[in-house]
Ligand binder design. Structure first.
Ligand SMILES: [Zn+2]
Length: 374
């Protein structure tokens, strides 16, 4: 059993000083007294919060979920520890049925040794609209069907889908009825405002990288963006890298979405790297100055780190408090996906991160065990 002392503890509501967090594999208590017989960890004034959760990450440090090897999952898991991420959804791309099946099977059979926890899979495509494919290879887009994913329902936790495509409604209703734990997210979609709103009534409860791979907000056709901003119960996520959306939207989005806003990285193979040539979904990617683009200039995911996303969002959102900020990568995704992490509350898994004013990560714990940061 360990007790962390001398930390500024960021809970989902407050920043507490003079408190002690005690944990084993799970969080035992958050109080003012140090219990007997514990190992004391001096945080030396650092911030302490629940470990960060990234629900949209394709790769990092040269590895990609679509490599479909255990080595790749391990490589991603270990490298993102330095960003404060302690759990994530391994996110697939629109590739051939065979490659997606391999990637899903790989996650299903992965026995994790160390690194950030693989919570399951976020299926980004192939059930998307070719008009809004972004950096997803359009030749592999499929009509929504259960066949592809049925053997993997134990690992699929989130699906990004274009609800307006043929078979979209049936698929969404079937998932909602039989697998209600799966988070259905509108994205890479050409849906109108009305179509988006309708999809919320079928079971779509989230939206993937708002503004990206969907029509922009228009005052006579509010589109998906308008529908999301209006719907209090629908959450959305944002790539806060200052490239995918203008930072002035951070403030507006936070004002409107509050408890329904999640920060993601959408990081690809070159995540945690700075520049060079890389690859995503079988396509060549040039990484330069913190931007990852296909050869035709299309943004191809990001090289963003989640702690940088927090820093960016904090900088451009003047009224957000630190607990509100940290909730966007802890409590909110945890609630949305029904996870046993993301809160500094008794009974939750002791996934923790210690960071400084600049959001630099100094130390993290997963299930109460100190991780090895690179
Ligand atoms: Zn993505």
């Amino acid at each position: 059993m360990k007790s962390i002392v001398n930390a500024k503890i960021v809970t989902d509501k407050d920043v507490l000083e003079g408190y002690v967090l005690t944990f084993d594999k799970e969080i035992i208590s958050l109080g003012k007294e140090v219990p007997n017989n514990v190992e004391i960890v001096d945080a030396k004034g650092l911030y302490l919060s629940a470990g960060f959760i990234d629900i949209h990450i394709h790769g990092s440090n040269g590895y990609d979920v679509m490599d479909a090897t255990h080595e790749a999952l391990e490589g991603i898991s270990k490298s993102i520890l330095e960003t404060g991420t302690t759990s994530f959804l391994a996110t697939t791309m629109t590739m051939s049925q065979e490659q997606i099946t391999k990637a899903l099977h790989n996650v299903q059979t992965f026995k994790q040794q160390e690194g950030a926890k693989v919570l399951g899979v976020h299926l980004e495509g192939p059930f998307i609209n070719p008009i809004k494919h972004g950096a997803q290879d359009p030749q592999h887009i499929q009509k929504p069907n259960m066949e592809l994913i049925e053997p993997f329902m134990d690992v699929v936790k989130m699906i990004t889908i274009a609800p307006e495509v043929e078979g979209g409604r049936e698929f969404i209703e079937q998932i909602e009825k039989n697998f209600p734990h799966i988070l259905l997210s509108i994205g890479h979609s050409d849906a109108s405002y009305n179509e988006a709103k309708e999809s919320f009534s079928w079971g779509v409860a989230h939206s993937t990288h708002i503004f990206n791979a969907m029509n922009p907000l228009h005052h006579r056709e509010p589109g998906i963006v308008g529908a999301i901003l209006e719907a209090d119960e629908v959450s959305c996520d944002v790539i806060a890298d200052l490239v995918h959306i203008h930072p002035s939207f951070f403030k507006l989005l936070y004002r409107l979405k509050k408890e329904q806003l999640i920060l993601i990285t959408d990081a690809m193979r070159a995540g945690c790297m700075r520049c060079g040539v890389s690859e995503v979904g079988g396509q060549r990617v040039i990484v330069k100055d913190g931007e990852a683009r296909l050869e035709d200039g299309t943004l191809a995911g990001s090289v963003l780190k989640i702690n940088e996303a927090l820093k960016n969002f904090y900088e451009y959102t003047d009224k957000i408090t630190l607990p509100e900020l940290i909730n966007t990568v802890t409590a909110i995704p945890a609630k949305k996906l029904g996870l046993d992490v993301g809160f500094l509350k008794k009974g939750y898994k002791a996934d923790l991160v210690l960071f400084d004013e600049e959001f630099r990560v100094h130390r993290s714990y997963i299930n109460g065990v100190k991780t090895k940061l690179r």
